[in-house]
Design a protein around this ligand. Structure first.
Ligand SMILES: NC(=O)c1ccc[n+]([C@@H]2O[C@H](COP(=O)([O-])OP(=O)(O)OC[C@H]3O[C@@H](n4cnc5c(N)ncnc54)[C@H](O)[C@@H]3O)[C@@H](O)[C@H]2O)c1
Length: 387
């Protein structure tokens, strides 16, 4: 195991009927809140009313900024920053999935500077302050509720990049699994795929492979997410399965699984970001396409970790490490398909003839993120395995 520091300051309040606590938590950070949300889902499922009631009961003045779209875009965030400044808000309360929380984090950082917020995403400037962010999570997927990341698309340049800074850890996140009862089947499945991707990117790319506790944490999480997803696709209001998936989403990307594994990378996310910045596709659906192809490419070079995954997740024991690994990748791909994830570019309505443009876009991210070995040629090879 490598040396590491683990620090995560987000307070999690988990469970049924916990939304009523958002007011008392928020009032610790100021008097005027910017309430950030998407479109209709939180009004339809009653979450909006509960949040507003609690904030008002705690004497908070609330101004609203809505309209966050899935895969949030820079121009909308810029409007949110201008509004937060104009209204002189003290804190940000986000109510939604990853897109809403990431938007709130971006507004929080942008509201404390005169620079264009995009400068942070292209590493032209460093975040040195941010408004406090709180979250009421309504979709289990990204882990944004307990991490220091925000992902944003610059729609003018089709670049989908991220910031990682301790300034944007949510101060408090409320996770009431019943808020996710209304998540449709497709986003339930995409969320599961995103969680599995977060848990396994480090598992497959880690520098140190003597990490048994991290490995078994990851494997247990993946198996549990698979079981609960199958339950939810049959019974969307199964509380235990919604609760388990919600906590899994948080644990998969809050730093716990990667503590001690040394250097690791997020290459499938890097390639996926090009899909969802260039085409209209959900992040989890994009990962469903890229992950099996990327795994096949990596497995050709070093099958050991993929074989371990195959044995422990699917109980596969072929007569060679390579065959075991390959069978495991096929099984994972088949499972993605079973739950409704697209696993080829054509199934995701992404034109395969545009692979060179996608690879050129992804290579820019690889350079920015300092991912070694991901030249345009390599990314084209990976994308060809996603046809
Ligand atoms: N910050 C991070 O660490 C991180 C990690 C991975 C991905 N991301 C990013 O997060 C974004 C995706 O976020 P997401 O997967 O959470 O989805 P999302 O927030 O985009 O939401 C997906 C859809 O589900 C709807 N929805 C949300 N909650 C609902 C509910 N309770 N009932 C019914 N519908 C509901 C939304 O309105 C939206 O239409 C992408 O931009 C992705 O790149 C961020």
């Amino acid at each position: 195991m490598k040396n590491f520091e683990f620090w995560n300051p987000t307070k999690i309040i988990f469970g049924q009927d916990t939304i009523s606590q958002i007011g008392q938590e928020a009032q610790k950070f100021g008097k005027k809140a910017l309430l950030v949300y998407g479109k209709s889902s939180i009004k339809q499922n009653g979450v909006y009313d509960k949040v507003l009631k609690s904030l008002r009961a705690a004497q908070l003045e609330v101004v609203e900024f809505s309209g966050v779209k899935s895969n949030p875009v820079l121009s909308h965030v810029q409007k949110g920053i201008a509004y937060a400044k104009q209204k002189q808000v003290d804190l940000i309360v986000t109510v939604g999935g990853g897109s809403v929380i990431d938007t709130g984090k971006a507004i929080a950082a942008g509201a404390k500077t005169d620079r264009d917020v995009w400068d942070f995403y292209i590493y032209q400037a460093t975040i040195e302050d941010a408004l406090p962010v709180l979250a009421v999570l309504t979709l289990a997927a990204t882990g944004s509720e307990m991490n220091f990341t925000s992902v944003l698309t610059n729609e003018a340049t089709q670049q989908k990049y991220a910031i990682d800074t301790p300034w944007i850890f949510p101060k408090v996140s409320i996770l009431d699994p019943t808020t996710t009862y209304s998540v449709p089947k497709n986003y339930t499945a995409y969320g599961a795929i995103d969680i599995i991707s977060h848990a396994t990117e480090g598992y497959f790319t880690c520098e140190d492979t003597w990490t048994p506790i991290q490995d078994r944490f990851t494997e247990g999480l993946v198996k549990t997410v698979m079981e609960c997803t199958e339950t939810l696709l049959k019974t969307p209001t199964d509380y235990q399965a919604r609760a388990t998936i919600m906590w899994a989403s948080t644990l998969a990307l809050n730093g716990l699984l990667t503590a001690g594994i040394g250097y690791y990378e997020f290459p499938t996310h890097m390639i996926e970001h090009s899909l969802s910045s260039m085409y209209d596709i959900a992040h989890g659906a994009g990962l469903s396409i890229v992950t099996p192809g990327w795994m096949k490419y990596m497995c050709q070079q070093s099958p050991t970790r993929f074989a371990q995954f195959a044995k422990r997740i699917f109980g596969i024991h072929e007569d060679s490490t390579a065959k075991t690994a390959e069978k495991g990748i096929e099984m994972l791909k088949a499972w993605f398909e079973k739950i409704g994830g697209p696993t080829t570019l054509s199934a995701g309505n992404i034109p395969a003839e545009e692979i060179p443009q996608i690879a050129a876009n992804a290579e820019q991210a690889a350079i920015l993120w300092k991912l070694k070995g991901y030249t345009q040629e390599v990314i084209i090879e990976i994308l060809n395995l996603c046809r």
